[in-house]
Design a protein around this ligand. Sequence first.
Ligand code: SF4
Length: 290
Amino acid sequence: MEVYKTLAEIPQDELFTGGHGGCRGCGAALAVRQAMKALGPRTIVTIPASCMATIGGSGLSTAWEIPFYHSLFECAPAVASGIRAALDIQGIIDVNVVSWAGDAGTADIGFQSLTGAAERQENIIHVCYDNETYMNTGGQAGSVTPYQAVTPDTPAGKPTPRKDMLAIMAAHHPAYLATASVAYPLDLIRKFQKARAIQGFRYIHILAPCFRGWGIREDQTVQLARLAVECGLWQLYEEIGGRRRLTVVPERRIPVREYLRLQGRFKNMDEAAVEALQAEADRRFQEVQS
Ligand code: SF4
């Protein structure tokens, strides 16, 4: 299938428009804006409780140019499964059905619904926009919050490592699985183009920094998303039929320290914790290269 080769080829049309309710520099808003360039107007999105549920608008105003449905926190993939079934029974097969959740709606509160939809191989795309905290409810830690990150309920730093959601979702044998980053829009958009062209359960996990939760400036969202890839704590790859392929090899590799030091949430991190995260980055880098 054809994918965009350059940024210049990407459509100018916006299906997630300006005037949304997100903070300036919101990684979640960037992620959905980029993804919609590939998904196109024949798309229905379900969104559980999350920043995205409010960013898109409420009441009579919305930034979405497509139908979206606000589900309960725990069931966006189940609702998406129902929408898919309703379309299929009417013979409508050219509509992308997407459940679009944050890390809480994916890895924690929404996980039972997600694992069910993935195991049934529902013909939907589930997207996790991951800002590594529960930003919709005040920035609490969740299971994908990184080791030692300071949050309102882990003031001394999270004592446990981040849960490996990509490994968990890979174990469901999805038709397509990919990681993405708002700092690499062409890579992100291509992955949505590919996902759109494949039938079956598809899972895309996007690192989408939140300046409030990460303790950075609002103009550092893209910079931090890029540094995460360059230090190896976030890799950009895709898996089709269980075969993994790196899609972006960073031009430079930086120590995790350079990524961590810019973020207020890691202000309490001691040397041993930095080394532990460096070891994790090295291990992930080896894994994804193998
Ligand atoms: S709190 Fe974070 S995720 Fe939520 S709208 Fe603001 S920048 Fe985006």
